[in-house]
Ligand binder design. Structure first.
Ligand SMILES: O=C(O)CCC(=O)C(=O)O
Ligand SMILES: [Fe+2]
Length: 336
């Protein structure tokens, strides 16, 4: 139903094979790992993809960069030549996943997106391994699996304004590269515009008022002052620089500060709770990028495959150039 709002690019088998060969024959990246220095991954990855991807595919990526749709998927991208088991504690040796990193960061560069990490979560690392972690099974985090992750946008506690500092701005985009997904668990997407179309104008107007407080998600840790961030008196909806409507929302994390705000939030939750969205299956060699302000996402609970073989997506947050002040350096390294 919403599939026209996004686009899909499928890489032919011969293009995939040439890309894989080109990635294997790259010069050694030395000691660089995405978190110590993402630059070589962005540059080499983009260079390889520019050399091997069919022109039509590069044109589509360039078109998306000029005018991003709400989401974009690619399938049949090269994988790591050797089998790497799914991490069970949320982290893996990044030296074992050079090819996925080159593809992932290379695509971000081609799409004009800058990777970003936040100091409060994932140990400040750029890549989050979205993979089941038994001790986190029942948490509302991307390491959980026994509970549903209901409709949400990520990092809704961060700043939404157009002059937000990049290290503290709501991530504009979520990007995923699939390592494996034998359980066939999709990432469901729901465009904010579809939700707004089902809400009365007065509710939409109330959601735009700065009458909400927001607390941090379960994945956040305290900062150097000993507390996770929180926001007071912010809107749930606002207008993005391109004129689209942006949303911040996480179940249980938002509170209306006035009776009107509380009733608008209730109406919003009743409508979204009944909506289905579009399931996107990120499989091995798949890539998905979507606008975290224009699209909500969710994941159903699932039973992970055997240890080492369970669903494994690699997620990286990203900021679009247009909305980041040019003078504001985008941190490629986690803030200490
Ligand atoms: O597991 C998924 O498909 C999505 C998890 C999620 O909400 C996230 O990574 O932000
Ligand atoms: Fe999420």
């Amino acid at each position: 139903m919403y599939s026209t709002l996004g686009s899909t690019i499928h890489l032919a088998d011969d293009a995939r094979a040439s890309a894989a060969a080109a990635l294997r024959s790259l010069p050694d990246l030395g000691a660089a790992l995405p978190d110590s220095d993402a630059q070589p991954y962005l540059e080499h990855g983009a260079k390889v993809l520019r050399n091997v991807l069919p022109v039509r595919c590069l044109d589509e990526l360039a078109a998306w960069r000029r005018e991003p749709t709400s989401w974009l998927t690619l399938t049949n991208l090269p994988a790591q030549a050797a089998e790497v088991p799914t991490p069970q504690d949320g982290f893996c040796d990044e030296r074992l996943v050079t090819a996925p990193n080159l593809v992932h960061f290379g695509l971000l560069r081609l799409l004009g997106l800058d990777p970003v990490a936040y100091r409060w979560e994932n140990e400040g690392r750029l890549i989050r391994n979205v993979a089941p972690r038994p001790e986190a099974a029942r948490t509302n985090t991307s390491w959980g699996y026994a509970q549903p992750l209901d409709w949400h946008t990520d990092d809704s506690v961060l700043d939404h304004g157009r002059d937000a500092r990049s290290a503290e701005a709501i991530p504009h985009y979520l990007s995923f590269y699939g390592m494996r997904n034998t359980e066939g668990v999709p990432t469901d997407l729901l465009p904010v515009d579809a939700v707004l179309a089902d809400l009365p104008d007065r509710v939409v107007a109330a959601l735009r008022r700065s009458e909400y407080s927001v607390t941090a998600p379960e994945s956040y840790r305290a900062d150097e002052h000993g507390r996770p961030p929180a926001k007071d008196a912010v809107p749930m909806l606002w207008t993005l620089p391109d004129g689209n409507t942006g949303l911040r929302y996480g179940p249980g994390l938002i509170t209306g500060l006035t009776p009107q705000a509380r009733s608008a939030l209730e109406a919003f939750e009743a409508v979204t709770g009944a909506m289905d969205g579009l399931p996107v299956l990120i499989e091995a060699g798949g890539f998905l990028v979507f606008d975290n302000r224009r699209v909500m996402h969710r994941r159903v609970p699932f039973r992970p495959a055997a240890a080492g073989h369970a669903r494994w997506l690699r997620r990286c947050y990203a900021l679009g150039h247009a909305a980041v002040p040019v003078t504001d350096a985008v941190p490629l390294r986690p803030t200490p």
